[in-house]
Design a protein around this ligand. Structure first.
Ligand code: MV4
Length: 445
């Protein structure tokens, strides 16, 4: 096992990784920008290294500074968390080139899944269901027109280098295709310096359901069930559930079987999440994430497994030590992502937290790096806490979430706690009958 791990991240996820390291008996190194000198992830680490000024590009994305921090502290492995360098194949390669272990998949698999066209082609070949589409990059408008005629309108034009919703355009009919195609290409070129685009049939009322998979590199691939991440606004998830209110055990087992087979045949290793659109009883693969995800705690709660611990064990060469049939899904879990934002306008609300009280009690978990007196900086993501509840049934989990949100006190800044209270109080949410579009309308002014 590793003698020391460097955590190349900040905030709640840096603490989350530290906790797993502590329980494994592994000392940790925190890295931080000058803006984060007082941050909890620095205070709780065994050692810390300042890696640069506040802008992320000069600190949390500063690869030479991070590798130097690992060298001077003698860290053997680097956990990237999520965001920042987590899906940067070049970073993973450099970590390995310096004789360190990257806690995540191989650089080749990160690169493969980072290109959405290659990811889809790979999954299609392995029998994972996809939305009807272009089966590859579409070079010009004439070819786009031919694909659209074959798959039928409406179609969606997506950037090959995209993901997370950037660089997508819908064409409802042949008349709007030219314009949509040109705009999508121009946006892709501007955003990713890569104007490769592809086409898919547009699904107009899907749920966003993702499957958590782990592979140990010794031939054992398991899934930890699905998360329903449909409740999002502008591609920012607000609330996630495990399992999905829309899915049966038979559907989960079938999808899990297909996906674990697929990842086994490409020799995948460590954590992965496959994203699907689910509409009219059918799954369509859209993207794969090669990192630990923000919403991983809901999966941990229903499976009773520490996913960060599993990532570290796998990276150290250990086998998982259990099979799919040993994994049991128990009860229901919900996560509310609490951000430092105005709950109506979503404008950021950085500043000093003058008082803080986190909820507790049976089945309540708070993943947060907040404390009374902390100043939420302006430079980074506005996520300040994840409130996760677990209970025997979905109805009980909702009651528990309402109770926990009532107990949560964050004074001095605005947070989205009141918005989460409105969501969990809503009959439509309670009924579980929502799509990716429901929350946008719910929060519309
Ligand atoms: C789609 C779609 C409808 N049809 N693909 C948005 C982010 C990216 N991961 C994929 N996205 C979508 N792809 C087809 N063929 C609708 C979306 C989409 C979406 C997906 C998941 C979660 C939230 C979303 C919000 C708007 C659009």
């Amino acid at each position: 096992m590793f003698q020391k791990i460097l955590i190349a991240n900040r905030g709640e996820i840096a603490l989350r990784i530290q906790r797993a390291c502590r329980e494994l008996g592994i000392p940790t190194v925190a890295v931080h920008s000058t803006a984060d000198a007082e941050a909890m992830h620095v205070r709780l680490a065994d050692e810390s290294v300042c890696i640069g000024p506040p802008p992320a590009k000069d600190s949390y994305l500063n690869i030479p500074a991070i590798l130097s921090a690992a060298a001077i502290t003698g860290a053997e492995a680097i956990h990237p968390g999520y965001g920042f360098l987590a899906e940067n194949a070049g970073f993973a390669e450099m970590v390995e080139a310096h004789g360190l272990t990257f806690i995540g998949p191989s650089p080749a698999h990160i690169r493969m899944m980072g290109d959405k066209v290659t990811a889809k082609a790979t999954m299609a070949r392995l029998g994972v269901p996809l939305v009807p589409g272009s089966n590859g990059v579409v070079a010009d408008v004439a070819k786009a027109r031919a694909v659209a005629e074959r798959i039928g309108y409406p179609v969606l034009i997506k950037a090959a280098a995209g993901g997370g919703g950037r660089g997508m355009k819908v064409a409802t009919d042949a008349g709007s295709l030219d314009e949509a195609f040109r705009v999508a290409r121009a946006e892709a070129r501007a955003a990713f310096a890569n104007d490769a685009v592809y086409l898919e049939r547009y699904l107009d009322h899907p749920r966003h359901i993702e499957l958590q998979v782990f592979a140990d590199g010794h031939g054992n691939v398991v899934h930890f069930g699905e998360r329903d991440c449909s409740l999002q606004r502008r591609h920012q998830k607000l609330l996630e559930e495990a399992g999905s209110p829309a899915l049966s055990t038979a559907e989960r087992d079938a999808l899990g079987g297909t996906v674990t087979e697929a990842l086994s045949s490409i020799g995948y290793r460590n954590a992965g999440t496959l994203e699907f659109l689910y509409q009219d009883g059918r799954f369509s693969f859209i993207e794969m994430n090669t990192r630990l995800q923000v919403e991983h705690p809901v999966t941990e709660m229903v499976c009773g497994i520490d996913l960060v611990r599993e990532q570290i064990r796998i990276a150290a060469g250990e086998a998982l030590g259990y099979r799919q049939r040993d994994i049991r899904f128990s009860g229901h879990a919900i996560e509310c992502r609490i951000t430092a934002e105005d709950p109506a306008s979503f404008t950021p609300s950085p500043g000093r937290v003058t008082a803080y009280h986190a909820p507790g009690g049976l089945g309540v978990r708070v993943d947060s790096a907040l404390y009374a007196g902390y100043v939420v900086p302006t430079q980074y993501d506005s996520l300040i806490a994840k409130l996760i509840v677990h209970a025997a049934t979905r109805a009980d989990a909702i009651s528990r979430m309402r109770r926990a949100l009532d107990e949560f006190a964050v004074v001095g800044i605005q947070t989205t706690i009141p918005l989460h209270q409105r969501i969990v109080d809503d009959p439509r949410f309670q009924g579980g009958d929502y799509t990716i579009h429901w929350l946008e309308r719910f929060v519309a002014p």
